[in-house]
Design a protein around this ligand. Sequence first.
Ligand code: HEC
Ligand code: HEC
Ligand code: HEC
Ligand code: HEC
Ligand code: HEC
Ligand code: HEC
Ligand code: HEC
Ligand code: HEC
Ligand code: HEC
Ligand code: HEC
Length: 365
Amino acid sequence: MYPASRLILAFVLICLSNINAMAAESRLKLLMSSMKAGPEDVICFQCHSDLVDRVNYIHYPTGIGACSYCHIARPDHLEGENPPGSVTINRTAENCYVCHDRKDEGPIKHSAMNGAESCLRCHNAHSSYTRYLLNSDSVLGLCTGCHNIRISGKSQHGPVFKGQTCILCHTPHSGTEKKLLRKPSKQLCLSCHNKDIKATMNDSRIIPNIQQKLTMSHIHPGAEGNCLDCHTPHTSANKRLLVAPWSTNIYNLYSETNNPYAICFTCHDSSMLRPSDFVTATQFRDDPKKINLHWFHVVDAVGNEDKTRGRACKICHDPHGAPQTHDINSVWFMNTSPITLEYQAFSSGGQCTKSCHTLKTYQRL
Ligand code: HEC
Ligand code: HEC
Ligand code: HEC
Ligand code: HEC
Ligand code: HEC
Ligand code: HEC
Ligand code: HEC
Ligand code: HEC
Ligand code: HEC
Ligand code: HEC
């Protein structure tokens, strides 16, 4: 007996291949409405009901018992025997593409998509406990089965480990961006960091809206490029997912060998903090008093005996953008209390007031 559903199926597929111009997903819908299990398919479940028992997600053609899209069974198989060749298994990606959109056409292709039977590395053709018919109990488990993503370190990025995880940022198949990113990286970062976010991973602060900082009147030139110049996307040995060390404290002991602001000096020259270099290394200096004001605030701790009270860069500057000239904040936070800072630049110096001291002026000659 030749399976009748095979003939119906062949007919439907021939009809559909004539309307190839039709969008693949509506093709899928049409296929769903015409897809039926033939009589010989129905009896498959008599012996193979375990394929759809106790699972959360069932692949549509398997669920309706239309096994013959992927298998052809000979009559002797239907009698419960399984001699070699009594039933075929089509494992190819090409067979999946009979119904689905191609997944391999993006210029950047995941290596896991190589090979004729690639889909089965990640998908089960019948059913799964996991959404998208994955071969694993989570996306994270699937991806980290092949990729060694560090999970330790001083900071961990929430979306890597929570919710949809890896596929929030990467496509698993192919795409147009390097590293299979769903969008160019800066756009990707700002698609989430366009609002305040309550942190849960490393502490419970409110993470400010970074996109809004990038619309302020003074954007840090270092943040006009790529976020990845300073940040890593998954985890980091440094605070705040930074590529180099950074202390989040507002007071620190500064030393060139154990630099609490090393991230800044991946681009800037740390001689700006040397007292002897006050004439050339920085604009933040007072020539009449022969004093390098960066050294004075950050290293010397404003004349304080206790050098661990050196001021952090972030009291005065924001690494992304700020409302005052030279990327100066208008407010900073002592624990959670806001302290305002009023700065004004002149062609030969500047002045600052409100926060730490009464009005002080510096002058370059
Ligand atoms: C979309 C294609 C597809 C459909 C539809 C499908 N199968 Fe499969 N089946 C496969 C593939 C591919 C394998 C091989 C899996 C592997 O090697 O990892 C397979 C393997 C099997 C196996 C071997 C054991 C196992 O679980 O791997 C059985 C039994 C089986 N299918 C029965 C069925 C029955 C019965 C139906 C209909 C109710 C069905 N299949 C529907 C693609 C399909
Ligand atoms: C009367 C019972 C019975 C029926 C009906 C039956 N099978 Fe099977 N099938 C078996 C047995 C037994 C095996 C071998 C053990 C196993 O893999 O479960 C098997 C194995 C298979 C395999 C794996 C073959 C391999 O080489 O690994 C596939 C695929 C399969 N069946 C598909 C089907 C499809 C499709 C139908 C319906 C068209 C069907 N079976 C109907 C009993 C049956
Ligand atoms: C006979 C047509 C057909 C074939 C062949 C087929 N599929 Fe499907 N697949 C469907 C239909 C229909 C759906 C349900 C789509 C829906 O609900 O919108 C589906 C759903 C899926 C889904 C889940 C989509 C989701 O959003 O959760 C995945 C993953 C999938 N198929 C992978 C595969 C893979 C891998 C193969 C090859 C091994 C394959 N399919 C072969 C018709 C097919
Ligand atoms: C590296 C693992 C991996 C491989 C290989 C893979 N997939 Fe997927 N696939 C996924 C994951 C994860 C998702 C869910 C995320 C998404 O939708 O982008 C998915 C989603 C899907 C979906 C549903 C959503 C959509 O995009 O339509 C279909 C259909 C699908 N895959 C088919 C295939 C086919 C066909 C192949 C082989 C050509 C394949 N996949 C190879 C991991 C993989
Ligand atoms: C079956 C193994 C396998 C699985 C599962 C797998 N990958 Fe891959 N992936 C590879 C291989 C092999 C490469 C190429 C070698 C490399 O760059 O490490 C690769 C490369 C990548 C790349 C780098 C691409 C580039 O252009 O440099 C990304 C990103 C990636 N995979 C993400 C994922 C995500 C996300 C998942 C889960 C949805 C996943 N992979 C699941 C094997 C796998
Ligand atoms: C928040 C977005 C985001 C999430 C979530 C994410 N990644 Fe990435 N991933 C990236 C970015 C951005 C890059 C590119 C880094 C670069 O170019 O320096 C990347 C790069 C990669 C690479 C290429 C090798 C490398 O380290 O540069 C692999 C492999 C990878 N990711 C796998 C994964 C896996 C597996 C997961 C889930 C555990 C995951 N990613 C989750 C954004 C993300
Ligand atoms: C020049 C280096 C640099 C660049 C470029 C950069 N950042 Fe940052 N980012 C930092 C530093 C330093 C911190 C720590 C600030 C602090 O402790 O107050 C930080 C902190 C963050 C935080 C946490 C903020 C908080 O207070 O909790 C987020 C989110 C962030 N950056 C996102 C981004 C995004 C998105 C981009 C790209 C648009 C980007 N960063 C570009 C240096 C940079
Ligand atoms: C899918 C949304 C999403 C994307 C895309 C995303 N982030 Fe995040 N990011 C978050 C969330 C949510 C948190 C807070 C996680 C938590 O603590 O629970 C966070 C936290 C951070 C932090 C603070 C980490 C710390 O130390 O607490 C930094 C820095 C950061 N993201 C930078 C980036 C950069 C750079 C990119 C682009 C490569 C990016 N983010 C892309 C959602 C996202
Ligand atoms: C990826 C490179 C890069 C990193 C890292 C970096 N910057 Fe910059 N920064 C620049 C560039 C480029 C300029 C503009 C040229 C210049 O002044 O050197 C600049 C200028 C500045 C300015 C002067 C802005 C003005 O309008 O006068 C300040 C203040 C500043 N950076 C602070 C910092 C701080 C604080 C850090 C560490 C959190 C840091 N930068 C890290 C690239 C970077
Ligand atoms: C007490 C506030 C304050 C602190 C703390 C501070 N800065 Fe500045 N910084 C300024 C002021 C004010 C200017 C503008 C000087 C001018 O052009 O008149 C400036 C200018 C700069 C410039 C532009 C080049 C230059 O030297 O004039 C860079 C780069 C810079 N700061 C980086 C840093 C880094 C890195 C740290 C931490 C190690 C830091 N600043 C700490 C107030 C501060």
